[in-house]
Ligand binder design. Structure first.
Ligand code: SF4
Length: 177
């Protein structure tokens, strides 16, 4: 089974080859993280500033040959449907973790997963007092790497917003070959 078919089999709503040229960290995205609307700025090794400078992250991303962009789109009862959003986010995260496990088992051990939201591997992150407990399992978000997700989606041939009454979560995984 190819990787796109595998992603759809795992429950993603959309999947496409990642436009690698769109992986250009943007200082404005980092500034949006610093505004701390999600409450995670300076609270995790997976988020700024603990996840590293944009320059270092760009060099790391450039070490990969290709990638896969995946999305979970779900209906909402209305724009305030927090439970629906949380359910879709959990489903997306589980599918993404399963995809990364499958890719690693199929020879892409050092793939780089970039997900939606802060790392949730531990109940409580060790940042900043102690080193990350699981650097091999840690997942930073696309935004933490300075990526403008809507731009990455459109350059990869996918939408970013699938209509009123829906929510979409987007992640990507970078592959060496
Ligand atoms: S693996 Fe644990 S310690 Fe490391 S970034 Fe994630 S939550 Fe924090």
């Amino acid at each position: 089974m190819d990787e796109l078919a595998m992603a759809l089999e795992l429950g993603f709503s959309q999947a496409a080859p990642l436009a690698m040229e769109a992986l250009a960290p943007n200082a404005q995205v980092r500034a949006m993280c610093a505004a701390d609307r999600c409450g995670m700025y300076g609270r995790s090794w997976s988020c700024p500033p603990g996840c590293g400078t944009l320059g270092r992250l760009e060099r790391e991303m450039k070490g990969y040959a290709r990638g896969l962009l995946v999305q979970t789109t779900a209906p909402l009862e209305d724009e305030f449907d927090a439970a629906g959003m949380a359910q879709a986010r959990t489903r997306h995260r589980r599918s993404f973790e399963a995809l990364v496990r499958c890719l690693r088992r199929s020879g892409q051990q050092d793939c780089l997963p970039l997900t939606a939201g802060a790392c949730r591997v531990c109940l409580s992150c060790t940042y900043p007092g102690a080193p990350c407990r699981f650097p091999q399992k840690r997942m930073a978000s696309m935004e933490a790497c300075g990526l403008l997700v809507s731009e990455v989606c459109s350059r990869s041939g996918l939408g970013y917003f699938y209509g009123t009454g829906t929510v979409t979560y987007t992640s990507c995984v970078l592959l060496r070959r």
